[in-house]
Structures are given as structure tokens and as C-alpha cells.
Design a protein around this ligand. Sequence first.
Ligand SMILES: C[S@@+](CC[C@H](N)C(=O)[O-])C[C@H]1O[C@@H](n2cnc3c(N)ncnc32)[C@H](O)[C@@H]1O
Length: 185
Amino acid sequence: MDLSEWITKLPRSPEGHWGLGHLPIVRYVKQEIFDNTPAPTMMEIGLNNGTSASMWLFECKNIFCFQSIDIGIHSFVDTVATLLELKFPHQFKFKKMDSRDLLNPETKWPIYDLIFIDGGHKHDVCLSDLKFTSKHARYILLDDTGGNSPGVTSALKDPGCPKLKLLKEWRIGAGCRLYKNESTD
Ligand SMILES: C[S@@+](CC[C@H](N)C(=O)[O-])C[C@H]1O[C@@H](n2cnc3c(N)ncnc32)[C@H](O)[C@@H]1O
């Protein structure tokens, strides 16, 4: 089954259908980062109906570990996680928790090659995710940077927001930015 067919099997999210619009972003990251990284690892904050997780796992065959997190606003995340665990048993891992509780400085986490932040879009959640990722990711991909998510925009302007180097910005979908985290070099 290819990605387009797989996507049709996923539950439909009440927040809308994102389709495969992020594919150019996934392919860019694959070419520029993952293809040059042995056994790349990735975390995604915000599984929802699994559209983005599926894109990463179908497109980037060398992903060694894909850790997904979701608070579980929608009950279908459990079904989605099971589907992805069966399809990608070695790569896909899921934890259902609030990222603010799970990703705290007291918990031991590795440094991931990429963390994709697409979880809670309120100021404090996004800021907390950015603070965590600035200590645990080589690269950070932040969704919804196009201006339609006030919490994301204000988190980026918060004095407590870590300093990150902007590498690329996409205007597709709700907007997305790729940052290099120079503090984990
Ligand atoms: C925009 S959706 C993610 C879309 C998904 N990345 C995709 O493109 O297919 C946001 C998800 O973040 C989750 N979420 C919201 N607040 C969260 C939090 N504090 N911690 C973890 N996940 C959270 C929601 O349950 C929701 O499923």
C-alpha cells in the first residue's frame, strides 16, 4: 500500500483534513538532513489522525526511531497509534500525555535529529515545547508559523523563547519553519 492509499484509511479529524500538503517539507528535510544522517531519529508533538507521521515514515525510510506524542484530545489517536505501530513496528513509538508534563527537564530524553512541533498551539504549550526542543533536537520544525495561530506567534516573541537559527520557511498550509538548534552541536 502506498502513502496515498494509506492516508485514506486514517480517521478523519474534526479539525479538518490536511492531506499531503506537507510533502515538499518532508522531502526537503529528507534530502538536506536525513539522507546525510546515519539512523536519524525524530520526535513529533501532535499525532492527531497520523497524517504527518505517515508522511515522515513512508517518505524517510531510514528513520531509525519516530517518537510521537499526543495529549489525546481525540479518542482516535489510540487507533492511529496502533495502526502505525503495526505498520512501522521498529520505528514508531507513541506516548499519550500532555507534552508539558512529559517533556520536562527532570525526564531523561535523548537528543533527536529533528523535533516537529505541532501539538498545543496556545502560547504556554508552544513555548514549553520550544524550550524542551532547544535542549533535545538538532533541528526543529515548527508548524503554524504563518500568523493564524496567535499562541505560536507570541511564543516565538516571548523573551523566554530559545534563540534558534531560521533555515527555511514555507508558506504552504498554515506556514512552517525549519530551525537549526546551535546549542546541541
Ligand atoms: C494540529 S494537530 C496535529 C496534526 C498532525 N501533526 C498532522 O499534521 O497530521 C494537534 C494535535 O496536538 C495535540 N495536542 C494539543 N495539546 C497538546 C499537548 N499539550 N500535549 C500533547 N499534544 C497536544 C492534539 O490532541 C492534536 O491531536
